[in-house]
Design a protein around this ligand. Structure first.
Ligand SMILES: [Mn+2]
Length: 305
């Protein structure tokens, strides 16, 4: 079986795939983690910290048995995923549109991170993750919950991260989180074309497609200095793909605020849905850090009204 993360692999997608495949292996089942592309820099940092090898990249799974982690939408999978046998889903996003022809194992919880759910699957099966895997899972929870400061954070995440840190032998979670966030904030030498795609997901709303990426940074200074370059790239992407909107969320993980860059057929509609106003292809979202909880539901309401 292949345990497959979503497109544009982030920490959770990578770590949960590795951890879940590891659990299946402990239970005597054949399972291999896989990614749909190169992991982002923060995910690479966690691989480096844990010393684990990078999983293989799979962009085709037709005919395979798969277990998917950190998504439940067809458009987050491979183009041929409908031809795979989906055996299970672990996720913590809103329910997507994936359906199956056979029964499957679903672990979908409203918690801060898929790795939190996978850790609870270990507990369910009376298993303990290996040290390196525990470190990765802990890092994924730190990432997805913005070091437990994001609005998706639950007590279940906090307990999981604490126990995983103990297994991994990490005594200073705060120092680990700082190093991890520094790794993902190092964007000076990353081209604008790549930055706008980081953590990008395409959402369907009332027949329109909104492509929304997110950069989580310890300071917005460098990102804002690349604003014009990013807007040019976003305009090209928008024209090529025919999106309604192309948005890049620049999230300050220290101040817990977001500045959104936007190219759109109707930027005002998008900004208004989030109680903001567009000035020069940007709008401010004070107190907003979570796309899944503080952005998508409001856009969906505005588009599907
Ligand atoms: Mn996640």
């Amino acid at each position: 079986m292949i345990v497959l993360g979503h497109q544009n692999p982030d920490c959770d997608s990578l770590c949960s795939a590795i951890a879940l495949a590891g659990l299946f292996n402990k239970l005597g089942k054949d399972a291999t983690p896989a990614l749909q592309g190169e992991p982002n820099p923060e995910a690479l940092f966690l691989l480096e910290q844990s010393g684990l090898p990078q999983p293989e990249i799979r962009t085709s799974v037709a005919g395979e048995e798969i277990f998917i982690v950190d998504y439940s939408d067809w458009n987050q999978g491979t183009a041929d995923m409908k031809k795979a046998k989906i055996r299970g889903i672990v996720d913590h996003h809103k329910l997507g549109d994936i359906t199956t022809s056979e029964p499957l194992e679903c672990w979908i919880w409203p918690v801060g991170c898929s790795a939190t759910i996978v850790y609870n699957m270990y507990k369910f099966h009376n298993q303990t993750p290996d040290t390196a895997v525990a470190k990765m899972m802990m890092g994924a929870i730190i990432s997805d919950t913005v070091n437990f400061k994001g609005p998706t954070t639950t007590d279940i995440d906090k307990v999981a991260a604490k126990e995983l840190a103990a297994i991994a032998g990490v005594s200073d979670l705060e120092a680990f989180a700082t190093a991890q966030f520094d790794a993902k904030s190092d964007i000076k030498h990353i081209p604008a074309a790549e930055l706008i795609l980081r953590d990008q997901k395409v959402f369907e709303m009332a027949g329109e497609q909104l492509a929304i990426g997110q950069l989580e940074l310890t300071s917005l200074e460098t990102a804002l200095s690349k604003k014009d370059e990013m807007l040019v790239e976003m305009g090209q992407l928008q024209a090529n793909k025919g999106y309604h909107s192309t948005i890049v969320l620049l999230t300050d993980v220290n101040k817990l605020d977001t500045t959104a860059l936007i190219i759109s057929k109707d930027a005002e509609k998008v900004a208004k849905a989030l109680n903001s106003t567009v000035i020069d292809h940007a709008f401010e979202l004070p107190g907003v850090v979570s796309r899944k909880k503080q952005i998508i539901p409001f856009l969906q309401t505005a588009f599907e009204a």
